[in-house]
Ligand binder design. Structure first.
Ligand code: GLN
Length: 512
């Protein structure tokens, strides 16, 4: 058959075609590869792609050899994977390690760094048969909400090339939205999977803290970071999570749980389930079009027999301030290892040791990362620790208790993923606080370690709106069930942005 339409399919649809032998693994690979070669010059989702001739094995993104797991991989326990993703091409955020392929974290300071080992998430996808297409652009060290803090170039939103795709995992979101990957992985510390998924009209999950191993994920804020998938629909999200989730002895924060078959939770049954709609998520600052789309989705959910009641998460307004103390504090410690000695970039010239550290870090880190390191160092310093860091930890407990109280009454919470739809490139670059406010509905979920699923629920000004479902710890099966039911009832599944390789070629000509 012609490979023309393969890239528009979901993972589940592609697996079905592969099983029926209507298409081969190589054809699927070639279709994605060709689309990416033609379309990515416009969107710029990828930082590292395989060479133009393509490859038989997905392990060759960036031209490395497809040889095993590299030096650090031998002797690792076998992975127990609950889903086959055989021959499914995927994209990986460039803060996860793959042996033999550069890992930049969107930063100059990692220039030339090639990890000698694989992230456990990558090993698990490998074990499920998925093929790595390439590594995607991101805000430097995952600090940002627009992908504009990448040291290399900004990524564009496939729905409108003048808009940001969101961040920090903007490249992964844009790649899936534009059918340049069947699915992708990102990381979510305060919203970096859910916010770009919402902006690009795809499904994104921030799993429960500890559910997905972080071994081989470059640390940003260790008490908050989680790896999560971007997919074209909810079914795919459950499939990918069935391959990804599971205990890993190499990550001390990994939950001691066995792998789960999340696809089993995909029943459109929500009758009698109780949902809380936090009033703090629907108040000031939310765009009218976003509010309207969420209200419509709530109505549809009620129509399916669920009960939705307004509730309160009273400490929501402290979330941003709390997060922007805790995350930079942890980042300032985690980023101390980039000193020009062990990884990547080292300042040129002859320097004394201290001067070498300083020059390397001054030249290697971008402005947002420097801002975070300074905030983090400040809030941890002797005179200010109690006033900032300790107090933020206490408020974090209050945020967690808000959720505990809500889950005593409700099965799950529902609300918008972000206050606005995607904004213009450059719009928030001079105003860090405005940029931080993007995460007002996503970061409380990280502070409490909960799972959050976003799915497209409608459109405002022609741009996708994300609906966020928040569950109790390890409540992913419930979120998938609700998401699956809603996706069907709303009739919004795998929506397509108005980009195509030919449109890209035309606008390229128009630009020249
Ligand atoms: N936008 C938030 C930040 O800049 C969250 C980033 C993330 O989740 N990695 O820190």
């Amino acid at each position: 058959m012609s490979t023309g339409g393969i890239t528009s399919l979901t993972v589940a649809e592609t697996l079905d075609k592969l099983r029926r032998r209507e298409v081969s693994g190589d054809e699927v690979w070639r279709a994605y590869h060709e689309r990416t070669q033609t379309l990515d010059p416009q969107i710029k989702a990828y930082l590292h792609l395989p060479p133009p001739e393509g490859s038989r094995s997905g392990r060759t993104a960036g031209g490395a050899s497809p040889a095993g797991y590299g030096a650090g991989g031998e002797g690792l326990p076998p992975v127990d994977v609950h889903a086959s993703l055989q021959d499914i091409p995927y994209a990986l955020k460039d803060n996860m390690c793959v042996a033999g392929i550069p890992c930049t974290c969107g930063s100059r300071i990692l220039e030339g760094y090639v990890p000698p080992y694989d992230a456990t998430a990558v090993r698990r996808l490998d074990a499920a048969g998925a093929r790595l297409l390439g590594k995607t652009n991101m805000d430097e060290f995952a600090m940002g909400s627009s992908c504009e803090h990448s040291a290399f170039f900004p990524t564009r939103n496939p729905w409108n090339l003048d808009l940001v795709p969101g961040g920090s995992s903007g490249g992964s979101a844009a790649a899936v939205a534009a059918d340049m990957a069947a699915f992708a992985l990102g990381s979510d510390t305060g919203g970096s999977v859910r916010q770009p998924a919402a902006f690009c009209g795809v499904v994104g999950l921030k799993p429960t803290y500890g559910l997905v191993s972080r071994y081989g994920l470059v640390a940003f804020a260790s008490s908050l970071d989680q790896i999560g998938p971007f997919t074209k629909d909810v079914t795919d999200c459950a499939l990918v999570m069935s391959a990804l989730a599971g205990h890993d002895p190499l990550d001390s924060t990994s939950a001691p749980r066995t792998a789960t078959d999340y696809a089993a939770s995909l029943r459109p049954e929500v009758k009698g389930l109780r949902f809380g709609l936090p009033r703090e998520y629907m108040g000031e600052g939310i765009q009218p079009g976003v509010r309207a789309a969420v209200e419509d989705a709530v109505e549809v959910l009620c129509g399916l027999g669920a009960v939705v009641e307004e509730c309160s998460l009273p400490h929501t307004s402290y979330g941003v301030a709390t997060y922007y103390i805790i995350a930079p504090a942890e980042a300032s410690a985690n980023l101390a290892r980039f000193d020009g000695m062990r990884y990547g970039y080292r300042a040129k010239g002859n320097h004394e040791l201290q001067e070498l550290y300083e020059t390397t870090r001054s030249e290697g880190f971008g402005p947002e990362v420097k801002r975070r390191i300074m905030i983090g160092t400040y809030v941890l310093s002797a005179g200010y620790y109690d006033a900032y860091y300790l107090r933020a930890q206490r408020v974090r407990t209050l945020v967690k208790r808000d959720f505990e109280a809500a889950f005593a009454r409700f099965d799950a919470l529902i609300g918008p993923t972000t206050p606005t739809v995607a904004f213009a490139l450059g719009a928030n670059m001079d105003d860090p606080l405005q940029m931080y406010l993007n995460d007002v509905f996503t970061l409380p979920v990280n502070l409490a370690g909960l799972p959050g699923l976003t799915l497209p629920c409608g459109f405002a000004d022609g741009l996708p709106v994300g609906l966020q479902l928040i569950g109790p710890h390890f409540g992913e099966p419930l979120l998938f069930r609700v998401g699956y039911a809603l996706e069907g009832a709303l009739g919004i599944r795998n929506p397509k942005p108005p980009v195509s390789p030919s449109a890209a070629a035309v606008s390229e000509r128009g630009a020249s």
